[in-house]
Design a protein around this ligand. Structure first.
Ligand code: 4AD
Ligand code: MG
Length: 430
């Protein structure tokens, strides 16, 4: 009997198959058991009727508790009324393990309880759907860059120097020397870019941010492209093309998951290039009109980004941040040296900044000056300065946070549900 997965069940109509999975839910009428079985790829109702199976199989069905593991064989039937359109008429049933009383029941649970049981919570419908969408987003992003001439070249996690400011470094001991968990692969990307032209890295990044917001994790994943000879305009074009590609892909292939998540997809349908572009100064104007005045030179907080995003249907670029609001490596605008050729992409509907990047300083003297102004030690950056000594070129790049992207596309309130095991300010368990 062929082993089948529920996601491919349509290929087996009127055939007999075996499914291996877990019991999600069960109803019984004395003569018939309705078992809702999940196998990781999907969910299907299996109908076990006492008259049609052995008494062992019937008793196995009786014994099943929520999340018990099982093997069920039967004939696949197309049925419009069945959830998902198919049903299995069982011919045999075997218990693999009878689960102990499962802590997560269909009733409401508090967030803290669910987070403590994250290792089990992942099996629930909404969590499962969100992580399927996450996998699709990662896949689509990699596919986008792979098919557009980018080479994936990964960067180290243990590093001797900061990329995004010294206040959020996780320090660890490297045989007596301090080492830091990577905040971003960018600096190494700039080296590999000089070898390969267009590169990207994908991996976990770490920030010891004392922020307890719905958008902050201590450990998050980033995809970071870096492009030789690209100016700020080209940088923004790669950003919008990739984001529009990913949204289109998820709408095509993960419609069922978006439905489980009750995502209003009409908002996502509008995400097509080009995305609107406004300057930092124009963003300040929007905030002012909304009664939120902030002094020129300061970076925006999550609340400000939400207000700005409400003026736009699509993701919006904010470019030209003041030098002092951004990292040391940002190229100054030749027309206005007090601002940088930096850009953030702000997601619609209040999901905040999903991409940060811009054009990098390519001049050796200016970069040396900036290291000093930002009080950064010279030695750990010597190799980085080398990149400006040997064939330096104007270049740009950016980093896209996976979890914030997933939160936006899935319509999830908090990033904790966008990653299998979130590391939060006061939580490292499980
Ligand atoms: O804007 P950030 O700090 O930019 C960089 O790290 C650049 N060096 C990237 C580059 O140019 N290669 O971070 C980039 C993105 C943000 O837009 C956000 O989506 C995400 O990373 N991010 C976080 N996501 C979750 N939790 C946090 N604490 C995050 N910090 C940044
Ligand atoms: Mg940023």
């Amino acid at each position: 009997m062929p082993k089948a997965y529920i996601e491919n069940i349509a290929n087996f109509v009127d055939q007999e198959v075996t499914l291996q999975g877990w019991l999600y839910n069960k109803r019984s009428s004395g003569k018939i058991q309705f078992l809702l079985v999940r196998d990781g790829s999907g969910m299907i109702q299996c109908v076990v009727s006492r008259a049609d199976v052995s008494s062992d199989a019937w008793q196995a069905g009786e014994a099943l508790t929520q999340e018990s593991s099982l093997e069920v064989s039967g004939r696949v039937r197309a049925d419009k009324r069945a959830p998902g359109g198919y049903e299995l008429t069982a011919t045999d049933l075997k218990v693999v393990q009878i689960a102990e009383e499962y802590p997560i029941t269909p009733k409401e649970h508090g967030v803290d309880f669910l987070m403590n049981n994250r290792h089990l919570w992942l099996r629930s419908r909404r969590q499962h759907a969100a992580l399927r969408v996450r996998a699709e987003i990662i896949h689509a992003l990699q596919e986008f860059y792979d098919s557009n001439g980018f080479v994936r070249v990964d960067t180290p996690i243990l590093t001797p120097a900061a990329c995004e400011g010294t206040t959020t470094l996780f320090e660890t001991d490297y045989f007596g020397e301090p080492a830091y968990l990577s905040q971003s692969g960018q600096l190494y990307n700039e080296a590999t870019m000089m070898a390969f032209g267009r590169v990207y890295c994908y991996g976990p990044t770490f920030r010891a941010e004392k922020s307890k917001t719905r958008r902050h994790l201590m450990e998050f994943w980033m995809i970071e492209p870096e492009i030789a000879y690209a100016d700020l305009d080209e940088c923004m074009r790669w950003e919008e093309e990739s984001v529009a590609y990913v949204v289109r892909r998820v709408l095509q292939t993960r419609a069922a998951e978006l439905e489980v998540l009750e995502r209003d997809t009409s908002r996502l349908q509008k995400v097509a290039v080009p995305f609107p572009r406004i300057s930092y100064d124009e963003a300040l104007e929007i905030l002012k009109k909304a009664g939120e005045e902030i002094p020129w030179g300061e970076d925006f907080g999550g609340g400000h980004e939400t207000i700005i995003s409400e003026d736009f249907e699509k993701p919006v670029f904010i470019h030209g941040y003041p030098t002092k609001a951004k990292a040391f490596y940002m190229q100054p605008d030749p027309q206005r040296p007090e601002v940088t050729l930096s850009v953030d992409l702000i997601a619609p509907e209040g999901y905040g900044e999903i991409i940060g990047g811009g054009q990098r300083i390519h001049d050796l003297n200016l970069l040396e000056q900036r290291l000093e102004e930002y009080n950064l030690p010279r030695e750990p950056y010597e190799w980085y300065l080398d990149l400006r000594r040997y064939g330096s070129v104007p270049h740009s790049g950016y980093g896209q946070g996976i979890e914030r992207t997933v939160a936006w596309i899935c319509g999830l309130e908090h990033v904790r549900e966008t990653i299998p095991f979130p590391r939060l300010l006061y939580r490292m368990y499980p």
